[in-house]
Each structure stands twice: as C-alpha cells, then as structure tokens.
Design a protein around this ligand. Sequence first.
Ligand code: PLP
Length: 420
Amino acid sequence: MTHAAHIAHLTHASIELMDERDPLADLREQFIIPGGVIYLDGNSLGALPKSVPARMKQAIEQEWGIGLIRSWNDADWYLAPQRVGALIAGLIGAQPTEVIVCDSTSVNVFKVLVAACRMRPDRSVIVSERGNFPTNAYITAEVARLMGKTVVFVEPSEVDDAIESAGDDLVAVQLTEVNFKTASRYDMAAITERVHALGGCVVWDLCHSAGVLPVDLNGCDVDFAVGCTYKYLNGGPGSPAFLFAAERHLHQVDQPLPGWHGHARPFEFVQDYEPDPGIARMLTGTASQLGLLALEAALGVFAGLDMHVVRAKSVALTGLFISLVDTELAEFGFTVESPRDGTVRGSHVSLAHEHAYAITQALIARGVIGDFRAPNLLRFGFAPLYLRYGDVWNAVAIMRNVMTTAAWDAPEFLAKKAVT
Ligand SMILES: Cc1ncc(COP(=O)(O)O)c(C=O)c1O
C-alpha cells in the first residue's frame, strides 16, 4: 500500500481497531491519567503509576515514621541504588551489576566523562554534538577545561567526520541517542564501533531512550551511559538518574566525586578513599531515598515487557501523528522537524510553527498536554504504555479546532511561563 493510500484508510473506525489489537492496551490501567487529558508529555515527565502512591505511603508512614533509622537495614534502603539499577539494567541491555541509580543525569555525565578522560590520559579530543541537551554541552565543556582536553561540538551530520579527524587523539564521544528536540536517533552500534576502532570511549545519554526503545548497551560494547528516570521510566519529578559503567572498566573507573557511599567500607569511616570494587564506586553521597523507592515501584509496570513490542507501538503512534498532521493540519503552516523514517525517530515528534508557544498553551487549556521548546517547536511525546491510538486521533482533531478557530491567538496564551 502506498503512503497516500495508507492515509486515505485512516478513519476513526480503523483507529479503534488499532486500539483493540494493541498488545499493550491493558497497561494503561496501571497509570493514573486525569480525565479530560490527552497526555503527550511523557517524554518530559512520565505519568503516575498507580502502584506509587501506596508505596510512598508505606515508605513515609511505616518505614520512615515508625522504622526511623532502622529502615536503612530493615527496609533494605541501603542497597536500593544497586537494586533499582538492576531493574533498569534489564531495560538497557546491561548486566545487573553494571547499573546504579544515583544523583542527576547532569552529575552522572560529569562523573563518567572525567572517568573516561582518566582512562585515556595521553589523548586530547572529546567529540560532542551541537544541539545536544544543554546540560551535556555545559558539562562536557567544563570537563574538557578541567582535564586539559579540547571539545569539538559538531552538527549531528558531522559527527562521523569529527571522530575520524580526532583519530588516535580521540578521548571520548558524548552523544544523546535520541535528540531532545528533533527525536532524531543515532546509530549507537556503528558509532561505538568506530570510536573503539580509534581507541576512544563512548558516553551515551539515554534520557529519551530508556523505557521506550530496546537499548543494547553490552551488545554495542558501550563504555559508559547515563539517563534520567522521570521520563519514560515514570519515576516522578526529579527522580534519581541511572549510570552504566561496563564491567570490563569497573576495576579502573576513577570517578571525580568519590564520596563515602562509593567507598569499599563506608561504615569504617576511614580517612583514605578506597573505591568499592563494583558499580557502587560510582556513588557519592546518601541516596534520595524516597525518590528511589518511588522509582522502584514505578518500574513494576515493565516487568515481563518486551521492549521490541513497546518500540513497535511507539513508532506506530508517532507515525500516525505525523500522518494526521500531514492530512488534517496541512493548511496551518506546521512543519515536521522529526525524522519521517520511524527507524531513526525516537518517541516524540516536534513541529515547527511561528506561534508554537501560544498554540501549545491553547492546547494545554483544552487538555492536550505537550510542551514548547524554544525557539519555535511544539513537542509531543508518545508514551506507548498509556497512550491509545484514539488519543492521537483526538489530539489532532483538537489541534485542528484550535487552528481553525484561531483560539491560540488570545492574550492568556502569549505570556511565557517559567517552565515551558
Ligand atoms: C537528553 C537529556 N540529558 C540530560 C538531561 C538533564 O537531566 P537532569 O536535569 O536530570 O540532570 C535531560 C533533561 O531533560 C535530557 O533531556
């Protein structure tokens, strides 16, 4: 069937059929989705799994309230970073002993990038991309400054050339697998292989991958990876991040924030630092315990899930959205800024429009929650665990209404809020 013919067959009935046949349809029941909301921002803050409030009540009232400090042992708080890391490992192609949950993605980028520099002391070039998430750019530049390296920021299309040019001077490549604005996806396996052939290391950011794409860190032989847990992993606002370090490097990983929780014998309180032999050496200080426990409960929805099935639905949802934008919104001046090829697209779609901010606000006022990314993008995330194909259909119908009535052109939608 041609693309045009396929679109011609998109009717409300055919969309309903897609939902009936969706192997993930029942998962929506495990989330709290407010009535009247079509939530297209799970790429920024995942929805609340129903298991989390009860777990929080128990953690706060029983474990903290009654158990008090005893809960570090009695409620197994102390090993939560490793335990929750092991759950995430299963989603990103890592061994349970290679992933730990701690700090923020920003801090973890710093830790692993410095560690990578220390593994390649005689080399001087770090390659990263222009248009990477700002925190990655800021921290990569700062690591280069601290470690006496040079960082080269290039356009995504120039990454391969920059790697070749660095040659045997390449320290590390820091990239985000799925771009936060465009959703364009790098070929992790090919880039990692080329970097290794030149003797460098890779640091992959999986913020927009974990929980929505089948990531295969060990299959790709990745050195280090980081990612946040509040997007597709649904850990809640500001939930702690994860950090992956390949087993083969662990004995020599020399990270720059060696706190007492990363010590081999933290409760001996000794003067000199001796890193834990395993992944715990990536820890610094005391965990954000309530955040960890909320995340642990949230991850329950992934038990037994095949990430290839999740990926298939993600590609179908984003593809359906793009098709409907093409047909239903053609006359309103939107341009699709995300790849049309589903194989190189993450799970969100960005549309450019000169009135992107006001349109986003008008949509939110009607319950279609996406977000705005400066300077002119409307960004819509499609979380396959709780979105229905019918939601995509309805969202585009509401967009069409907002555009035909020019409802976005109102003073209350023009004033910028602190968080866009
Ligand atoms: C690709 C990417 N990297 C890093 C971050 C920053 O993470 P944090 O603020 O949790 O340190 C984000 C946040 O959205 C992101 O999208």
